[in-house]
Design a protein around this ligand. Structure first.
Ligand SMILES: *[C@@H]1O[C@H](CO)[C@@H](O)[C@H](O)[C@H]1NC(C)=O
Ligand SMILES: *[C@@H]1O[C@H](CO)[C@@H](O)[C@H](O)[C@H]1NC(C)=O
Length: 325
């Protein structure tokens, strides 16, 4: 009997320790399950966003494109590549403006021939520019504002006060461009379509002398809005950074590649002409202003490579001011 008592005590302590051990472990497991669930919800949300965006891509009747799904990823990429390197106009009076002093990232062309830049010859002309995506660099926008143009810069990710007016005159809006209006999207950002912006800012009846787009990958969506709302006729300059991501064999990326090509083709039909493309290899970890996208050309179809181009257009067929319902 005397020998049994300590044994029972030891077993007792052992059981208590085991219970405590299991309890604290189960807490950890519960937390991990919660994290996995939250991740699942986030992934679902992202999937839905992508699905919605893919739905918006129209099947164009453009025969040069081939029927949707007809061209291979390689062919889709090749024709986009050829497109961006084939200039459609030589601008005779151009200025390359802005950009970070360190590497030139953020510089764009202004084709200041009078037909594309009335402000140059008419100081009373009411010039207007929208710039989407600031990314910490107002240099181009500031320069255009200093030339007397009314400039609105939009970026919901920028840590600045909505409505801030810069010394140059640039008006900053903490809003983003999107395919739908939303006061509070999944990031908590205020998002607007282009027609809504024109309406809300009171710019109905004005021309868009410069439309500039450098957000993370919505350039084809903006071009589509311009097409769908008959706004190509009131834009004089369009500059965009194209964010092309590989592998192009991935269905969503193939769609984007095809959509970019078809949207630019449609805008060509409406009078827009490509007059400059620059390779943007300046954002990489080892920025090299002389790097060329040709280094990524052979890889992007099948691997996770990114190609960035700045492409600039002028419009030969400005028909009238912007009108939205
Ligand atoms: C632009 O100028 C270059 C060189 O002068 C010429 O080769 C090219 O054909 C011109 N392009 C257009 C679209 O006029
Ligand atoms: C486009 O702009 C860049 C930067 O100024 C310049 O180096 C290049 O020659 C231009 N390309 C054409 C086709 O004008």
């Amino acid at each position: 009997m005397a020998a049994l008592k300590p044994t029972i005590a030891v077993i007792g302590v052992g059981i208590i320790a085991l219970v405590i051990f299991l309890h604290s472990n189960s807490n950890q497991i519960m937390q991990q399950i919660k994290q996995v669930k939250a991740l699942e919800v986030a992934v679902k949300r992202e999937e839905n966003v992508v699905k919605e965006m893919i739905k918006m891509i129209p099947d164009t009747g453009n025969t040069a494109l081939g029927k949707p799904g007809e061209a291979s990823p390689q062919q889709e990429f090749d024709r986009l590549w050829d497109y961006v390197y084939t200039m459609q106009y030589n601008c005779t009076h151009g200025e390359y403006i802005g950009g970070k002093p360190s590497n030139g990232d953020g510089a764009y062309w202004l084709c200041s021939e009078p037909r594309f830049w009335p402000k140059g010859s008419d100081p009373n002309y009411k010039c207007l520019m929208y710039s989407f995506g600031v990314g910490g660099d107002f240099s181009f926008d500031d320069e255009i504002a200093r030339r007397g143009c009314e400039v609105h810069s939009f970026d919901p990710t920028e840590n600045l006060q909505d409505g801030l007016v810069r010394e140059s005159g640039v008006i900053f809006h903490k809003w983003g461009i999107s395919h739908e209006d939303n006061d509070h999207d999944s990031h908590g950002w205020k998002m607007r379509t282009l027609p809504t912006l024109i309406k809300e800012l009171g710019h109905n009846g004005r021309y868009l002398d410069y439309l500039k787009m450098d957000t993370e990958s919505y350039e084809e969506g903006l071009m589509q809005q311009v097409i769908d709302h008959d706004l190509a006729k009131c834009v004089r300059h369009y500059a965009q950074e194209i964010h092309l991501m590989g592998p192009i064999t991935r269905p969503d990326r193939l769609k984007k590649c095809r959509h970019l090509f078809s949207a630019m083709g449609e805008l060509n039909n409406q009078g827009w002409r490509l007059y400059n493309t620059t390779d943007n290899c300046r954002w990489t970890t080892v920025p090299d202003p002389h790097a060329r996208q040709v280094q990524a050309k052979g890889q992007i179809v099948n691997s996770e490579t990114t190609i960035l181009w700045e492409t600039m257009f002028v419009n030969f067929d400005v028909k009238g001011p912007c009108k939205v319902e």
